[in-house]
Design a protein around this ligand. Structure first.
Ligand SMILES: [Zn+2]
Length: 272
């Protein structure tokens, strides 16, 4: 299985000056896959990098309500001559990637996602006003249509990010807010919107600035179950989507490469 993003390899070389010098080669990642033309390749140059990653700590809210990481000091500079921690982490905590195998029996695990598929054009869908009115807001097909009306067709093999404004709640209980009945409340992708992206557009991944691709109250995880088994990936707890343009940025998802992992911590950098 191959994600849409790996069917088309648009390589960009990062020069010593730190500038993309343009597409160098168009090829296929694996044998037998025909490369498609690059309709909307990532920008050839960038002037700014924006960190889309939250700082991970034991305090960072998690879906499970327990610490997503624990650091155990194994070696101390004063005692041992150097500092070194052992980490105990949840695969899906902090800013992280969901690999296809997370919600499928035989999907791709994290280390098998090709590097090319982790560098994509980034389309940011602003639903901040709607999410402010409705914490359970589902990003809709209308939201996608509104983006395309303004910015043109979604780029080939892009990442579509929901910007709900939720990352500003990361230090308050609202981020993973549970009501009296224990139901979570935060926005997410609507299943119909995700389905449309799968059928009608070429999208490598979804990204959200919340804990989950599905909105808080979801019990059936429809978006996860549709999106990930199709070979596509997802990013959760993305930060700083308000600091990048709605169109034109390139995402570099630096994913931890662990054998058999169902996802993992990611350093997300936008090239603007
Ligand atoms: Zn996850």
């Amino acid at each position: 299985m191959c994600v849409p993003g790996c069917q088309e390899t648009v390589r960009h070389a990062l020069s010593r000056r730190g500038l993309f010098k343009g597409a160098l080669a168009l090829g296929a990642v694996s044998a037998g896959i025909v490369a498609k033309p690059a309709h909307a390749r990532p920008p050839a140059r960038f002037t700014t990098t924006v960190d889309l990653t939250h700082t991970m700590s034991p305090e960072f809210p998690t879906f499970f309500g327990v610490a997503g990481i624990e650091l155990e000091k194994k070696f101390d500079f004063h005692k041992d001559g150097y500092n070194l921690n052992w980490w105990h982490i949840i695969e899906h905590a902090g800013t992280h990637l969901d690999a296809p195998i997370h919600f499928s029996e035989n999907g791709m695990s994290a280390e098998k996602i090709p590097a090319d598929a982790l560098v994509t054009a980034l389309a940011v869908i602003d639903v901040t006003e709607k999410a402010a009115q409705n914490p359970d807001y589902l990003l809709s097909r209308d939201d996608l249509a509104a983006w395309e009306k303004k910015h043109g067709r979604l780029p080939e093999n892009c990442c579509v990010a929901m910007h709900s404004g939720w990352d500003r709640h990361v230090s308050d209980p609202k981020f993973a807010g549970k009501d009296a009945a224990g139901v979570l409340h935060f926005p997410g992708f609507g299943p119909d919107a995700a389905e449309w992206l799968m059928k009608e557009r070429s999208v490598a991944g979804l990204a959200v600035d919340t804990l989950s691709l599905d909105h808080g109250p979801s019990k059936d995880f429809k978006v996860h179950y549709a999106w990930l088994p199709s070979g596509r990936w997802g990013l959760e707890n993305v930060a700083n989507l308000d600091k990048i343009p709605a169109a034109g940025a390139t995402l570099v998802a630096g994913l931890a490469k662990v054998k058999g992992a169902t996802g993992g911590p990611a350093r997300l950098i936008a090239l603007v």
